[in-house]
Design a protein around this ligand. Structure first.
Ligand code: SF4
Length: 414
């Protein structure tokens, strides 16, 4: 397949031919001054080959749930975003998380849904479709529907179908309670690329206790089976805490993922947000991060690609496999809350305005101009003491969330 780069004026006549030869991705490039792009493309492809393939499908390789299959039209857009950022310092987002509801059947101890947001009007179907269309126009190639629990929306299939498959992949982040065979078939038919299913612990009783529902672990296992049966990509999503790292729980969880046939495991840091907003003591220590990275590396070697173990530590503290990515917020990603508030990421309880009042493109520009986001930040802002002191600790107790950022003073990101 031949990639073009119409949104990069300097690369308008460049043609990049990408071909999968078994596990290898080969490229050739032509056009004016094409040779100057060769080292960067070569580096990117080498990085992908180190990452490895988790699935071959319809002649394309899938490297991760977060990256569109390669080659594909959506991936052409995705690569264009990286080249724009790396070569021309233009920030175009590749991912958006859209909360389609705040409702959920569970009661998780670590729930990241915004507190005190109950009075806000949820987005109607037309508003969500508008948010999708505007995000795609901005450049996004990965749309993840979150909540609350997105499967609680009866019109979720219509929402998924609004994502054009040639422009972006769509994922559903679910607790699996509603992921029976019929619903898995319906979201697959609507065009979903995959599901991310939450699994907090490899121990059934602990997972059920942390989420406040007996039998939930079994529903997760069944949900994985149902999703795989309908041809969906399946990721398990978990989080690392200092105790779970010390007990090497990731290894046991990865064993389950392998046994169940999941493609990927995403390990997020336990971030003080939502119900844990003021509990900074839960943050990972440097020793835990090191240990987690080593454990993930060992597991990836052992499984040789599937399941892939992806840790948030890869990107957000300067030493991981994808350290060049850094904090995604305001660089590659943004979040839209269930009531349409435009936020830097789904863990940051700050709003830049509402998509009902301003365009997504306008809100993205506003985010990029803000002192907290205009610079590149390689650490997770929500775990950065200076950022938290300025933008999180100063949110008044009991305030409506997300908190409008213009009400706070603004030094630069640390
Ligand atoms: S602040 Fe940045 S690194 Fe931290 S969770 Fe949000 S996007 Fe990720």
């Amino acid at each position: 397949m031949t990639y073009r780069f119409p949104d990069i004026p300097q690369m308008k006549d460049i043609r990049l031919k990408l071909e999968n030869k078994g596990k290898r991705l080969r490229f050739s490039i032509s056009g004016r001054k094409s040779l100057i792009y060769v080292p960067l493309i070569w580096y990117f492809i080498k990085w992908l080959s180190r990452l490895g393939i988790i699935l071959r499908r319809n002649g394309a390789n899938v490297y991760s749930l977060y990256i569109p299959p390669i080659p594909s039209e959506a991936d052409n857009r995705h690569l264009q975003i990286f080249l724009n950022a790396w070569l021309f310092k233009k920030k175009v987002p590749f991912a958006v998380t859209i909360a389609v509801t705040d409702e959920c059947q569970l009661n998780c101890a670590h729930c990241s849904v915004l507190e005190n947001a109950a009075g806000r009007r949820p987005m109607a179907l037309a508003e969500i479709k508008q948010a999708i269309a505007e995000s795609i126009s901005l450049g996004v190639t990965n749309i993840t529907f979150t909540g609350g629990e997105p499967l609680m929306r009866a019109d979720l299939e219509e929402i998924i179908a609004a994502v054009p498959a040639d422009k972006a992949v769509s994922l559903v982040f679910t607790n699996a309670v509603g992921l029976d065979a019929a619903r898995a078939a319906a979201i697959s038919k609507a065009g979903a690329f995959g599901v991310q299913i939450s699994l907090d612990s490899p121990e059934p009783s602990e997972h059920d206790r942390l989420r406040g529902r007996e039998g939930l672990f079994d529903l997760v296992k069944k949900g994985v089976e149902n999703a795989l049966g309908e041809g969906l990509m399946v990721g398990l999503s978990t989080y690392a805490s200092n105790p779970s790292v010390a007990e090497k729980k990731l290894s046991r969880l990865a064993e389950l993922a392998a046994a169940w046939g999941a493609h990927e495991v995403s390990v997020f840091d336990l971030i003080p947000t939502g119900r844990l907003l003021r509990k900074t003591e839960v943050m990972l220590t440097a020793a835990s991060r090191r240990s987690l990275l080593l454990e993930a590396r060992r597991l990836n070697r052992r499984f040789g690609g599937r399941p892939r173990i992806i840790t948030q530590c890869w990107t957000n503290h300067g030493r991981g496999f994808a350290r060049f990515i850094g904090c995604l917020a305001g660089h590659y990603q943004f979040h839209i809350s269930a009531s349409g508030e435009f936020m830097p990421c789904d863990f940051t309880p700050l709003s830049f305005g509402n998509i009902r009042d301003e365009t997504v493109a306008g809100l993205w520009e506003k985010l990029l101009r803000h002192p907290a986001y205009k610079g590149r930040c390689y650490a997770c802002r929500m775990q950065d003491p200076l950022f938290r002191k300025t933008y999180i600790d100063s949110i008044p107790q009991g305030a409506d969330m997300p908190y409008f950022i213009d009400r706070l003073s603004s030094p630069n990101c640390g």
